[in-house]
Design a protein around this ligand. Structure first.
Ligand code: SF4
Ligand code: SF4
Length: 187
């Protein structure tokens, strides 16, 4: 693993970078991300979710509160789950963190794992080292986003702005739970 000067780094590079990506990005989340955080942390979704105005009219969630998207709340200019101690920043929900956090800074392009073309991340990652793990994860994450987008379409068709966000959250969490039960029965 090397940094932008091409020098070998022994320490995991995210530590010396002070976790810029957790401060600069808004972390949009899907139904599975929310489900993992709710069940893993025992928190109500409303305690860690922030409502944003939706950019995509077709895929925005239509609830009483408006046409919205959901992301993680921020605190002191960073994700609320990022904490600093002894000058080291740490994700406090590493086990349950959203799929997009696990993927960054990789993406699949034309079937190949590559590093995103982003000036934010100062590290030249060795994509070969992460290929097997990341390719599997990114495909799973893509499937979860498709599942979520299908749920939003179903919700919007049935409820079009009549019900509040709380009802939407219950709807998606129930759907994820049913799908996970179904998957475990199939196996
Ligand atoms: S992924 Fe890149 S930008 Fe994010 S913490 Fe690690 S080194 Fe920093
Ligand atoms: S959930 Fe963790 S990894 Fe993701 S932005 Fe927040 S602190 Fe960073």
């Amino acid at each position: 693993m090397s940094n932008s000067d091409g020098k070998d780094t022994k320490e995991y590079p995210c530590i010396s970078c002070h976790t810029n990506c957790c401060k600069e990005y808004t972390i949009f989340v899907n139904a599975h991300d929310i489900y993992r955080l709710v069940t893993g942390l025992g928190m109500e979704p409303q305690s860690f979710l922030e409502i944003y105005g939706a950019k995509d009219f077709d895929l925005g969630i239509k609830v009483k509160e408006g046409l919205v998207d959901l992301a993680l709340k921020q605190k002191n200019g960073a994700c609320m789950f990022l904490v600093e101690s002894k000058d080291v920043f740490r994700c406090t929900v590493n086990e349950f963190k959203p799929g997009v956090c696990k993927s960054y800074p990789f993406q699949i392009l034309d079937g190949k794992l590559i590093q995103m073309d982003s000036k934010m991340c100062p590290v030249d990652w060795d994509t070969k080292e992460f290929d097997a793990m990341m390719s599997t994860h990114i495909k799973k994450d893509e499937a979860e986003w498709k599942f979520y987008n299908d749920l939003i379409l179903e919700w919007n068709k049935k409820h079009w702005i009549k019900k509040p966000l709380d009802a939407f959250l219950k709807f998606i969490l129930d759907k994820v739970e049913s799908s996970l039960k179904f998957d475990s029965n199939v196996v």
